[in-house]
Write a protein that binds this ligand. Structure first.
Ligand code: COA
Length: 186
């Protein structure tokens, strides 16, 4: 997605970021139904354990608590009334100014550059508003779509973490990417 640069409404950490037809905003209790539907989609089972609307409401409350505590910042990615996905910077560490980035999109929004644009916007926000210097992310090597998102959003490959994750008795290699505040803008 292309378009004008990010525009901030409030200038505070309660920011809503709007650019290129996307709006990134903090989660609201009103998102519970849409969150429940999103996490029921194939491929999302490892992102969170959400089976009911109450689970979704609890998940949203946990994201709001993290935002309040300054430990993680999770945004709904929307277009008008539609929930397209989510992006988050978590494990915010203020001694070394680092954070961990993750993203997902609903099936109907995939393959349109939504995750790439949202990840880019999140990274720029984390550098400018949170003052972080290094953002990391990792994806299983059998997730090429996530790898494309990372590369296009300016996260350079740093190496392979061998057999880092264990799901259903199978271990997975994870490729680590990172973007620095001093890396060229994407
Ligand atoms: C990974 C994910 C976030 C990508 O979201 P998205 O909005 O479709 O991402 P984008 O459209 O910005 O880019 C995806 C790119 O990967 C490509 N892609 C999709 N599936 C692919 C596959 N199996 N092999 C290779 N490329 C693939 C898309 O075609 C697109 O590239 P293109 O623009 O050249 O066509 C989304 O699929 C998702 O939420 N998956 C489930 C959760 C997840 O895996 N999150 C990441 C955890 S590390």
């Amino acid at each position: 997605m292309t378009g004008p640069g990010p525009k901030r409404e409030s200038g505070t950490l309660e920011d809503t970021i709007t650019a290129g037809g996307l709006t990134l905003r903090p989660w609201s209790a009103r998102d519970a139904l849409a969150v429940c539907a999103a996490f029921a989609e194939p491929g999302m089972e490892r992102q969170a354990d959400i089976a009911t609307e109450q689970d979704a409401a609890d998940w949203i409350r946990a994201r709001q608590d993290q935002w309040g505590a300054g430990s993680a910042y999770s945004f709904a990615v929307t277009s008008g009334p539609d929930l397209l996905g989510g992006v988050m910077v978590s494990s915010v560490e203020r001694r070394h100014l680092t954070g961990w980035v993750s993203y997902w999109t609903v099936a109907a929004s995939q393959g349109r550059g939504v995750a790439t644009s949202a990840c880019r916007l999140l990274a720029e926000w984390a550098f400018s508003d949170l003052g972080l210097f290094r953002l990391e992310l990792g994806h299983r090597v059998n997730n090429p779509a996530s790898c494309k998102v990372a590369n296009r959003a300016g996260f350079a490959v740093e190496g392979l973490e061998r057999q880092k994750l264990l799901y259903d008795g199978v271990r997975y290699d994870v490729e680590r990417h990172a973007r620095l505040a001093t890396d060229p803008a994407r």
